[in-house]
Design a protein around this ligand. Structure first.
Ligand SMILES: Cc1cc2nc3c(=O)[nH]c(=O)nc-3n(C[C@H](O)[C@H](O)[C@H](O)COP(=O)(O)OP(=O)(O)OC[C@H]3O[C@@H](n4cnc5c(N)ncnc54)[C@H](O)[C@@H]3O)c2cc1C
Length: 517
């Protein structure tokens, strides 16, 4: 068996004949054997350095050799098995649930939001009427924060576990098989709801439970070591419900501020944690295509993406969650707050490219918030989101052209934006904390000069604010058992606990917590 590299022009399919011809040479076998040679495509990436090519990595083997295929474990029927409560139906919660099914435990999933279809109506209301439902929005509801997103699956690192389990399950539940080989796979917000719904159907068919409209308001450890999990039924007048289990996976995401507050109230250990803060940047997608494909973009080519990391005044400044051919969306989870994020459909065919461009911040940058202890940066995050909202008095986003922001002058006017609630001309350079604003001011021209010629332009619009890059609080856990140090049997999990960022790493963390159980 050998791994070979084969290139192919974009817009052209790589044929079996081409692969087997390359395999003959690599394996040193007779051309007569060509059609019997086995192959498996491992990876496909775009190389736009000179000619614009797909670069394939392919495993090839002689007829008597075995090419290992990845196989998923089967799910068991768990209707009468021991229950494990999972709080939160985001990637961490859903993939924890699937792993529990594989190992014979019954997932009981409690989710404050609605099922993925009902959730769409609340998001439409959010964009068109500016009404934020605190339990059903871009962050809360079935599928979690990643459902109405770009669905980029960017973790390729094997540090957290075997990502094949995540990718193969996504394909099993409806994602395009190309995600198994693409270097930058993405699913798209038109396809993700189907995948999320299919995961739910599978869990229920195998005896697990899903409870929507079920906001967890309290967790209590009983004398026998099991947990009572108290739930407020949101859309009915029903009394509180209490679920009991020996094991609880807490996968509530980075926007569940009430969960951090509950921990703080109960004196359960939390730790303050840094996160990254900045703006959403929107360029015309045609410009990003031109830059990234060096002027050779053709409509059959994948919509161009970008990412960068730089250091300004000893701090990391980086692009975050770039959405090619995407739109900007209001990602607030409470009235009176304003925060933006991006999403795109599988075709990535809007006129805009957006990305967060953010600066790493640490609790010590904000001594005035030290009084809030582990919740210091959570309070700061809330305040900056309120400040943005108060500037416009609505979900309209304060916005400024990129060069004007860097020159620290008001914009005479603003270009069109994909952001549906609208934009309002604003001095973003003043609204952001000075040390964030200053680093962005230096970063944008540097990116334009050194990395992406044309990126630094007044045709680009900056919108405030991007503040939900990761959790501002960590819920500690034992590195071996993954349980909270004061709460045996309770597993802080996923992005909200501070152990993951993004769909794939959160899903892997869910799998890891379930595996410990
Ligand atoms: C608009 C948008 C676009 C994004 N795009 C991408 C992308 O393209 N690629 C990528 O990798 N990542 C993306 N992300 C980030 C990604 O979605 C998160 O990293 C990931 O969803 C975190 O998974 P999680 O399961 O840990 O938490 P979450 O997905 O946040 O899920 C937590 C769940 O817990 C529920 N919950 C919270 N509190 C309670 C409670 N008290 N009781 C019951 N349930 C509760 C919430 O309703 C939610 O469903 C995006 C995020 C947003 C908002």
């Amino acid at each position: 068996m050998k791994e070979i590299e084969v290139t192919c022009k974009l817009g052209k399919e790589l044929s079996a004949d081409e692969i087997q011809t390359a395999a003959v040479k690599a394996l040193g076998v007779s051309p007569k054997m060509k059609q019997q040679l086995k192959y498996r495509i491992v990876r496909r990436s775009i190389d736009a350095r000179n000619d614009i090519l797909y670069r394939y990595r392919i495993e090839v083997a002689k007829p008597d050799e075995v090419l290992q295929e990845y196989t998923l474990e089967e799910y068991q029927n768990v209707a009468s098995a021991e229950p494990v409560i999972i709080i939160g139906a985001g990637p961490a919660g859903m993939f924890a649930g699937l792993r529990l099914l594989m190992r014979g435990f019954k997932p009981v999933i409690l989710e404050r939001g609605k099922d993925v279809h009902a959730r769409k109506f609340d998001m439409a209301k959010l964009s068109t009427e500016g009404v934020v439902n605190p339990d059903s929005n871009y962050c809360f509801g079935e599928g979690g924060a990643g459902t109405f997103s770009d669905g980029k699956l960017y973790t390729r690192s094997s540090k957290r576990g075997d990502i094949r389990e995540v990718l193969h399950q996504l394909v099993r539940f409806g994602a395009d098989p190309s995600i198994l080989i693409d270097a930058h796979p993405h699913i798209g917000s038109d396809k993700l709801p189907i995948v999320v719904e299919n995961i739910r159907k599978c869990i229920i068919e195998h005896g697990g439970e899903y409870h929507f409209d079920s906001r967890v308001t309290d967790i209590e450890r009983r004398p026998d070591g099991a947990y009572n999990v108290e739930v407020d039924a949101i859309s009915s007048a029903a009394e509180k419900t209490v679920y009991t289990a020996r094991k609880v996976i807490l996968a509530t995401g980075h926007s569940a501020r009430d969960i951090y507050e509950m921990f703080d109230r109960k004196g359960w250990e939390l730790q303050a944690k840094g996160f990254a803060l900045g703006v959403r940047v929107e360029h015309p997608q045609s410009l990003i295509n031109k830059i990234q494909y060096h002027g050779k973009y053709q409509p059959y080519m994948p919509t161009a993406e970008y990412s960068f990391v730089t250091q300004v005044l000893d701090r990391g400044v980086f692009s975050f969650c770039m959405c090619p051919g995407g739109i900007l969306v209001p990602a607030a989870t409470a009235e009176g707050e304003l925060v933006l994020n991006g999403m795109s459909n599988s075709q990535r065919n809007s006129k805009w490219a957006n990305s967060g461009v953010v600066v790493q911040i640490e609790p010590e940058d904000f001594p005035e918030y030290a009084q809030y202890g582990p919740l210091a940066l959570l309070r700061f995050q809330q305040d900056i989101e309120k400040k943005m909202f108060e500037y416009t008095g609505s979900l309209k986003a304060p916005a400024q052209r990129m060069m004007d922001f860097c020159r620290r002058i008001p914009s005479a006017n603003l270009p069109k934006s994909s952001y549906h609630p609208g934009v309002e001309n604003a001095p973003l350079h003043e609204l952001l904390p000075e040390h964030v604003s200053l680093r962005l001011k230096y970063a944008f021209p540097e990116i334009g000069n050194k990395k992406m010629h044309g990126y630094y332009t007044n045709d680009a619009l900056l919108l405030g604010v991007e503040s939900r890059t990761s959790s501002p609080v960590r819920i500690p856990r034992d590195p071996e058992t993954l349980e909270h140090p004061q709460l045996p049997g309770l597993y802080p999990c996923g992005e909200g606990a501070g152990y993951a960022g993004g769909i794939v790493s959160s899903a892997l963390d869910g799998i890891n917590c379930a595996a410990k159980i």
